[in-house]
Design a protein around this ligand. Structure first.
Ligand code: PBG
Length: 325
């Protein structure tokens, strides 16, 4: 058979495949999310996230050193606030001696090169488990934004390089940028969760922080997964308001959104390979139904191919090691 063009020529050996590979993962593409707990020597496995732990600050610091040693250059911090600090104002979120603030300082002291990002949202501190302040059953926008500004400034003061608002309130990026400027934090970045969808795949994360909403759901602030154009609108608006990086979350069911956003904005795009995506891989691998290591690399590659420059992933350490071979 005569063929003018044979596509298999470029697939014939590992060498030629690697020569023409369009997407290459690097350890520095990853942001490692970390769950931080009070105490000392505390390491608790999250029941729905096998192999992932909530750790006290001392053990978190050891983990950060290990991440740095495998080439991961950024961490994203989440805290499990003690129950008696939770209320409907979120004020523990800007306590200068709060768990988050202590964790930031400890990590900055121990591994000064590590780029420290922090989650900004009220849910770990909310007695209602919502990302904002609740008035008459409603998650109110403007009062919440004021709280998020205080929280962001407090993280910057403690040494965070970049704050990552994950709450989806309107106007918070502009307000946080102004708050940082007004307080002299001209070098603190903002990674906006611009297109964060109301997703069932956050379940394991809410187990990790004991932060499930006490009533209702998050659909009045997080996006409807039926929508695509709206994600582009949100990303453009956040860039306009001063976001340095925009994020799409979750990642796996939202690769089309990642590409749309990537094609539209002129800032780096991040994806969040979330808890439910991690849990699915772990559960199927445990049953012997998929090859875990191959699944990790294929999923992360698909996210980068879709257009994410950065990927927040619970597989950061594993993937960095796999890439190194
Ligand atoms: C809350 C927040 C959530 C995640 C990150 N920040 C959960 C939620 O919105 O309920 C999810 C992360 C994950 O599932 O891995 N501000």
């Amino acid at each position: 058979m005569y063929l003018q063009k044979r596509s298999r020529i470029l697939r014939a050996t590992p060498a030629i495949r690697s020569l023409v590979a369009e997407t290459i993962l690097r350890p520095s593409d990853f942001i490692a999310p970390l769950f931080i707990d009070e105490g000392k020597g505390v390491k608790t496995e999250i029941s729905s996230m096998k192999g992932y732990y909530r750790m006290s600050v001392d053990l978190t610091v050891a983990e950060v050193k290990e991440l740095w040693s495998v080439g991961v250059k950024s961490v994203l911090l989440f805290v499990k606030a003690a129950d008696d600090t939770k209320d409907n104002t979120g004020r523990e979120a800007w306590n200068p001696d709060g768990l988050m603030q202590r964790a930031i300082k400890a990590i900055r002291d121990a591994v000064p090169e590590m780029y420290v990002m922090t989650d900004v949202a009220l849910d770990p501190y909310s007695s209602y488990g919502h990302d904002g302040i609740v008035v008459d059953g409603e998650i109110v926008n403007d009062e919440t934004v004021e709280a998020l500004v205080k929280m962001s400034v407090s993280h910057a003061k403690a040494g965070a390089h970049m704050v990552a608002p994950s709450d989806m309130m309107d106007g918070r990026i502009g307000a946080i940028r102004k708050g940082l400027e007004d307080n002299g934090f001209t070098r603190t970045g903002i990674m906006a969760y611009s297109a964060k969808y109301a997703s069932c795949f956050y379940g394991p994360f809410r187990d990790a922080l004991d932060s499930a909403p006490g009533f209702g759901d998050k659909k009045t602030y997080q996006m409807d997964y039926a929508n695509r154009t709206e994600a582009v609108k949100e990303a453009l608006q956040d860039v306009e308001e001063g976001a340095d990086i925009v994020m799409v979350k979750p990642a796996l069911s939202y690769l089309d959104i990642i590409r749309d956003v990537k094609n539209t904005v002129h800032v780096p795009v991040s994806a969040y390979n979330i808890s439910g995506e991690y849990a699915m891989v772990k559960a199927a691998a445990e049953k012997g139904w998929i090859d875990e290591n191959k699944a990790i690399i294929e999923m992360l590659t698909s996210m980068k191919r879709a257009g994410s420059d950065l990927i927040a992933t619970y597989f950061a350490k594993d993937a960095a090691r796999l890439i190194a071979g």
